[in-house]
Design a protein around this ligand. Structure first.
Ligand SMILES: [Zn+2]
Length: 356
């Protein structure tokens, strides 16, 4: 398992300090204004506000900036050769803590559309999105999801849980939002976006069936998923797992000693065999939990590393959304299902191997 750099290490060289220095801020805002001014025209939004956006896009590729990798990939899947996508947050990066660099602001200013998750996932970027809203087209992929389907955990003080991608059916709604947005910007190629979208949705439908099938291998009383932060509530609801994270919904909150003791008790009482680390969260909390469990005389293993808020390295199976979801369910099932059935070399698997 590769060592994960903490976010502050990743961004110490590029992020703006909390008090954005005036001249840099001015430069970035000037660039933002100038780029839009020279290329834009005005549209009226649904809410009556106006925004400047580029005119006819049918003759060139649409320049897209996306925040998390899962969204960058989604736009590529739907947009095909019509889009040129720049993803801001790479493998191992925590979107809750990510601050836009000067380069990011310039890239966003030059884009035809900025696509992000929304629901405050990109917590430190919301101010920039707000400021850009009236100048550049922005699309939150979660906007099309029925609010009734969203979770509103008490730890998040009335706000929605943003980690919708681990209920594959909700992520399918996000695909439809991207399909509509691209068609709206470039109606001449609407047929292509619909065809690409439909193809991707079929693969995601297969993926959803695959996760369900795998989850059913774990005996119901062992379906307890304990991870570093609360990224898996939608996963738990969709596929029947009880989920506990050491940190709250956002990694901004620190896990306290009381949380660790309470989870340690839950693990010992239910004889939960494994807990999991995450690729975009430092593993120290889960390691502290493992120690607390062992102090109570029970052995719990680290069941593996799950991808939560970022995908794996490009070029690896986990570097795609479908690959990361498959990796997670395979890791969870291997660690929680208990001894393999006698006489079989592996867990029973359906015909889901065509999903990748
Ligand atoms: Zn998260």
């Amino acid at each position: 398992m590769a060592e994960h750099r903490s976010l502050s290490e990743v961004h110490s060289t590029v992020a703006f300090p909390e008090s954005w220095r005036f001249p840099r801020r001015l430069t970035a805002l000037f660039l933002l204004g100038a780029l839009v001014f020279t290329t834009g025209c005005t549209i009226r939004r649904d809410d009556g506000t106006e925004a400047s956006v580029p005119g006819d896009l049918s003759g060139r590729k649409i320049r897209v900036v996306a925040t998390i990798g899962m969204i960058a990939e989604m736009v590529e899947q739907v947009g095909g050769e019509r889009v040129e996508v720049k993803g801001l947050m790479g493998p191992g990066v925590d979107p809750h803590l990510y601050k836009a660099s000067e380069g990011d602001v310039i890239r966003m200013a030059a884009a035809d559309v900025v696509v992000y998750n929304g629901l405050h996932l990109e917590g430190k970027m919301s101010e920039i999105f707000e400021r850009m809203r009236n100048r550049i087209r922005t699309v939150a992929v979660t906007d099309g999801i029925d609010r009734e389907k969203l979770l509103r955990p008490p730890e998040f003080e009335g706000a929605y849980d943003p980690h919708v991608w681990f209920d594959v059916t909700l992520w399918m709604d996000a695909v439809k939002t991207v399909e509509r947005a691209l068609t709206g910007m470039d109606p001449a190629h609407g047929g292509l976006y619909r065809a690409n979208g439909t193809k991707y949705l079929e693969r995601l439908e297969q993926l959803d069936r695959h996760v369900r099938r795998k989850a059913s291998i774990v005996p119901p009383r062992k379906r307890v998923l304990i991870t570093a932060h609360d990224a898996f509530n939608y996963f738990g609801r969709a596929y029947g797992f009880q989920v506990s994270g050491l940190q709250g919904i956002s990694t901004v909150a620190e896990a306290g000693a009381a949380d660790i003791q309470a989870l340690a008790r839950l693990i010992v009482e239910n004889e939960i065999p494994a807990v999991f680390v995450e690729s975009s969260v430092p593993p120290r909390y889960i390691e502290a939990l493992k120690e607390a469990v062992e102090a109570k005389g029970f052995r719990v293993k680290i069941g593996g590393s799950l991808f939560s808020d970022a995908m794996g390295d490009p070029g690896t199976p986990e570097g795609t959304y479908i690959g990361m979801v498959r990796h997670n369910i395979d890791t969870i099932v291997s660690a929680l299902a208990g001894p393999r059935p006698a006489g079989t070399g592996s867990f029973p698997e359906g015909s889901g191997n065509d999903v990748r």
